[in-house]
Design a protein around this ligand. Structure first.
Ligand code: NAP
Length: 290
């Protein structure tokens, strides 16, 4: 029986934010302020919470965050124009449009309108393409946060069988690409996969991003597996839980992320890292022009 090492996202996120803060300060010394524009359309309560976290994180690392709140009835044309002006604004390094957008707005169109060098969520097809080609670009936040766990806890990926459950554009697909780029052997499961458990049981590393409370138990996991739980769900008691039944799986795993305090804080920290990455890129570009 294993006693899993907890992959402590809260502690690691603190370390990442300290690194960001240093990089922000170094740029400031050179006269470059790092700025993030966070755009929220409408008043969806969960989105407001996420946006507030982003401003709080930015403040902690001395990134200047611009709070742009637009009414629910904002038109596509108005939002397009706002994105254009943020793209052109040399002081803005990162643009984040909080999703989901109200139904009458075209999310894909907005995602593609953001200048890829300011695309701190890394959802633009240009950045997705760089990742698919194993080239350096802006990495998507949740997958990059997960990769940092592996790096920090010396978890070797080369030749390991990683099973990713979920194939969304924000988690499943990009993490599968990153793992492939890191020489892992990757299996991706989704809702049409027959007998998902037959795959997860074979995984050296299991990553679940399905959004179903306590979906995987001890019987779905191999002895000694590394288990990464991306899910953020509420159980019947209203408690925040992951896709993995932590109490059941923890004794069988070698490493496991808790929920809360695992992938979530790393996603938030990575957004700050992406913003300072963009800031460096812009500083270098502006200097090359001068
Ligand atoms: P999503 O867009 O809803 O995608 C869910 C994926 O899981 C889909 O690919 C779906 O398959 C698959 N799936 C659903 N039920 C399944 C099942 N029973 N067996 C196998 N596959 C199944 O979700 P997402 O945006 O990727 O998010 C997933 C979860 O992670 C959510 O709980 C979300 O809140 C959480 N999340 C957390 C963070 C964080 O920072 N901690 C960040 C992002 C997301 P199909 O493609 O066939 O529909």
């Amino acid at each position: 029986m294993y006693m899993a090492t907890k992959l402590d996202g809260s502690a690691l996120a603190k370390k990442v934010k300290a690194e960001v803060k240093e990089q922000v300060a170094a740029l400031k010394e050179l006269g470059k302020e790092t700025q993030l524009a966070v755009v929220l359309v409408g008043e969806e309560p969960a989105s407001q919470i996420y946006v507030n976290f982003k401003h709080k994180d930015a403040k902690e690392v001395n990134i200047v965050s611009k709070n742009i709140r637009l009414p629910e009835e904002t038109s596509q044309e108005e939002l397009d124009r706002l994105i254009d002006s943020l793209n052109e604004d040399e002081e803005i390094d990162g643009i984040l449009v909080q999703l989901p957008l109200p139904k009458h707005l075209d999310e894909e169109k907005i995602t593609q309108r953001i200048d890829p060098s300011k695309d701190v969520d890394a959802f633009h097809p240009y950045n997705v393409g760089l990742l698919a080609r194993n080239l350096v670009g802006m990495p998507p936040c949740t997958p990059a946060g997960i990769m940092r766990f592996f790096e920090e806890y010396d978890i070797d990926l080369r030749g390991k069988h990683v099973v990713v459950v979920g194939r969304s554009n924000i988690v499943g697909r990009p993490i599968a690409l990153m793992l492939l780029n890191a020489d892992a052997t990757v299996t991706v499961c989704h809702s049409k996969t027959k007998n998902v458990s037959a795959f997860t049981k074979e995984a050296d590393i299991l990553i679940s991003a399905i959004g179903k409370a306590n979906f995987f138990g001890a019987e779905d996991v191999k002895e000694g597996a590394v288990v990464v739980d991306v899910g953020m769900n509420t159980d019947e008691a209203g408690k925040l839980v992951g896709d993995i039944d932590y109490a059941a799986v923890e004794p069988k795993a070698s490493f496991i992320t808790p929920v809360p305090g695992g992938v979530g804080p790393m996603t938030r920290a990575q957004l700050m890292l992406n913003t300072v990455y963009a800031s460096k890129l812009h500083y270098e570009r502006q200097n090359a022009k001068a």
